[in-house]
Design a protein. Structure first.
Length: 217
């Protein structure tokens, strides 16, 4: 991958954070201000729909049992496989990450807005920071993530720990952050933080020259 200056494209903000950190809440607050939010979780589901190349590649790599009778992806079986086999997880990422990235930027080209927010849960793990101008991390203590996961999803402690271990650490995310929202208080506090960053991003997007990364393979 290489970078080059791009003078006619939108300021791109990579929004990330650990599971149950409040990424979706923050993304919704930007969206409410008229900012396009491109959600890679949604795109990840789209690229494995029946007839899409992502699903065909998964079936070709892992076998026909990973498709349900209705032709959709057997997510539960695939999740079980990649949790148990790091090599399978790596192969799945090799299939999906380029497709997700390409679809993300294709969507961004038509999204408009004074700037754009890319919601990327695996931003650190996929080196997506190379393709945005700034990284915004939604942060909270790991113990609070555990509490929220238990309350939200009713997951077992064992499953919660597996989920947390599978993601980049809090320290890794913060090490790439240009901006941080600490989401361990009230919604009003988070709203205030988003409002301040929104103004900052509007100012940055109006700057005469911003060097922006291109996506070249």
């Amino acid at each position: 991958m290489t970078k080059k200056a791009r003078d006619n494209h939108f300021l791109r903000i990579g929004l990330t954070g650990g599971i149950a950190s409040g990424k979706s809440v923050v993304a919704d607050m930007f969206s409410a201000r008229g900012i396009p939010v491109i959600d890679t979780d949604v795109i990840a589901r789209d690229v494995v729909q029946p007839g899409e190349p992502g699903l065909r590649a998964i079936i070709g790599e892992f076998g026909s049992e990973f498709a349900k009778a209705d032709g959709t992806l057997n997510r539960a079986l695939l999740r079980k496989r990649i949790f148990a086999d790091p090599a399978a997880k790596a192969r799945l990422e090799e299939i999906l990450h380029p497709l997700i990235r390409a679809a993300t930027f294709a969507q961004a080209e038509n999204a408009g807005g004074p700037y754009q927010v890319f919601a990327v849960p695996l931003l650190v793990e996929t080196n997506f920071a190379d393709f945005v101008d700034r990284v915004l991390v939604v942060d909270c203590p790991v113990d609070l993530q555990r509490e929220r996961l238990l309350a939200r999803d009713g997951e077992s402690q064992e499953t919660i720990e597996k989920i947390l271990r599978a993601q980049a650490s809090r320290e890794q995310r913060l090490s790439v952050a240009d901006d941080v929202i600490v989401n361990d208080g009230s919604l009003a506090e988070t709203e205030h933080a988003v409002a301040a960053l929104h103004q900052r991003y509007l100012e940055l997007s109006a700057s005469a020259s911003i060097s922006r990364p291109d996506i070249q393979q």
